[in-house]
Write a protein that binds this ligand. Structure first.
Ligand SMILES: Nc1ncnc2c1ncn2[C@@H]1O[C@H](COP(=O)(O)OP(=O)(O)O)[C@@H](O)[C@H]1O
Ligand SMILES: [Mg+2]
Length: 267
């Protein structure tokens, strides 16, 4: 018997998403006029200045933009970690601002997985314990949590290292554990904030390939803030933020064409 909370109205269906056929895609995230201002020491920073964006189930979106352009702020709003100054975020057409504290906690813990530049693993726990801890908090029974934890560590290629602590693992391995942990509840959405920022090129590539695999095999919608140009190969669309506004949204093919043109012109 598990103490798994019941899905609040409008947030069911988040587990085990399967890759939808193209025609079956629906809007999973919608932001409308999203604005966020910070007030610090009497100075107002407009981190987001009206962002309208729609993201479909199973999409892999790269968010590009210079440091300070609002990428992390956008993530915090979409992930329900902070609230907008004005504007709305809809997840599966449910207005996040209308959720009760319990429903919001459910959304954060079940529907969305978070991956950060810093791996944020608990240092004294093994890889397996790091992956199973969120399940324990959610009331999953220990055997189920252990089996699922081992399966997820297998998915990220670390099954044999389940007993290693973070200090005994490379940065890439730690990020894999963090990815396995973020998948503990089979979230429909993975928010990745510069996931390769602390990794060397080769390891970063492996992490991006892993994210792509989760996207295609499990149908997880992935939103990935990055400076990494290799993201171009993996994503379906790119969104560029500049000074808190959407500068451009383009499909990968369009960007390839643009790059091709630039190359031709400079040859
Ligand atoms: N908690 C905060 N308090 C004050 N200003 C903030 C805070 N968080 C972000 N900012 C400011 O908002 C802007 C956007 O920041 P951020 O979303 O972190 O950009 P990015 O992730 O693209 O580097 C920056 O000017 C930043 O200094
Ligand atoms: Mg950031």
């Amino acid at each position: 018997m598990t103490a798994t909370p019941t899905a609040p109205a409008g947030t069911q269906g988040s587990t085990a998403p399967t890759a939808p056929a193209d025609g079956a895609r629906r809007v999973i995230i919608r932001t409308v006029g999203l604005r966020k201002s910070y007030l610090k020491k009497g100075v107002v920073t407009e981190a987001l200045r009206g962002v309208d964006m729609e993201i479909l189930t199973g999409e892999f979106i790269a968010i590009m933009g210079p440091s300070g352009s609002g990428k992390t702020t956008f993530f915090n709003m979409v992930g329900g970690l902070d609230s907008p100054t004005s504007g709305r975020v809809f997840i599966d057409e449910v207005d996040v601002a209308q959720l009760t504290a319990v429903e919001l906690a459910f959304l954060r813990c079940r529907k969305i997985g978070y991956i950060f530049q810093q791996f944020n693993l608990i240092p004294y726990m093994t890889a397996l314990e790091n992956v199973t801890t969120p399940m324990a908090f959610a009331g999953t029974d220990p055997d189920t949590a252990r089996n699922r934890g081992m399966e997820l560590l297998g998915t990220v290629g670390l099954r044999e290292r389940w007993f290693h602590r973070p200090i005994e693992m490379s940065g890439g391995q730690q990020q894999r554990v963090a990815i396995a942990r973020s998948m503990a509840h089979l979230p429909a959405i993975l928010l990745c904030d510069e996931p390769t920022g602390n990794l060397d090129l080769k390891t970063g590539r492996e992490i991006l390939d892993l994210l792509k695999r989760l996207n295609t095999e499990r149908g997880v919608t992935i939103i990935c803030a990055t400076h990494d140009p290799r993201m171009l190969d993996l994503c379906d669309r790119l969104m560029w933020l500049r000074d808190g506004q959407v500068e451009r949204v383009a499909r990968r093919e369009e960007v390839r064409i643009t790059i091709g043109k630039i190359n031709n012109e400079t040859e």
